[in-house]
Design a protein around this ligand. Structure first.
Ligand code: CMX
Ligand code: CO
Length: 148
């Protein structure tokens, strides 16, 4: 078996797809209802991810998802974000073929990693975050989806 294609032609981490745009919301049921009424879209998954302190819903749009995030408490990443900024875009997430290889490459390049080792996210995916102070004020999530 050949090694997964982890770098692009410029030797940088290869981002395969825009997996999701995440939106912090106060109330997940209301947010799902809002998307249903406005755009006639429905979540494909809904799950509680204790390790991330969220309940999340994933709404497919084209080849990507909108991820709606309700915090499980005030002292969680999304809870703190909501009390500071209110509802709005929280992060963008890109798929990579190997999250360990991606983190290794980013670390070598001096990126400001939040997670040096992957954590478990929704859908059984391995995920890791790069700090919003690293690039363009945007929290970035890397996602390695499980093989089906
Ligand atoms: N996007 C952009 N900037 C953000 C941000 C976000 N999502 N969250 C915080 N910030 C900014 C704050 O505004 C603040 O800026 P200033 O210093 O200019 O005031 C700075 O980052 C630090 O903010 P803070 O409130 O002290 O930060 P926290 O202690 O909440 O930590 C962060 C911020 C990004 C390190 C933390 O949220 C984190 O570790 N996130 C990764 C995990 C996560 O977000 N999990 C939930 C999603 C799970 C999923 O997608 O599955
Ligand atoms: Co996410």
């Amino acid at each position: 078996m050949t090694a997964p294609d982890t770098r692009n032609s410029l030797g940088r981490v290869k981002l395969l797809n825009l997996d999701h745009v995440a939106i912090a919301v106060e109330n997940l049921d209301h947010a799902i209802e809002g998307y249903r009424n406005r755009y006639r879209v429905e979540p494909l998954y809904r799950e509680r991810v204790d390790e991330q302190g969220v309940e999340e819903a994933m709404i497919p749009v084209g080849g990507s998802f909108v991820q709606l995030l309700e915090p499980l408490g005030d002292e969680t990443a999304v809870g703190r974000f909501l009390s500071k900024h209110g509802e709005g875009i929280h992060h963008v997430a890109y798929t990579v073929s190997s999250i360990e290889a991606a983190l290794e490459h980013l670390k070598t390049e001096g990126a400001r990693l939040i997670d040096e080792v992957p954590r478990l996210g929704g859908r059984g995916a391995k995920i890791a975050f790069v700090h919003p102070g690293d690039l363009a004020g945007t929290l970035v999530e890397l996602v390695e989806l499980p093989d089906d």
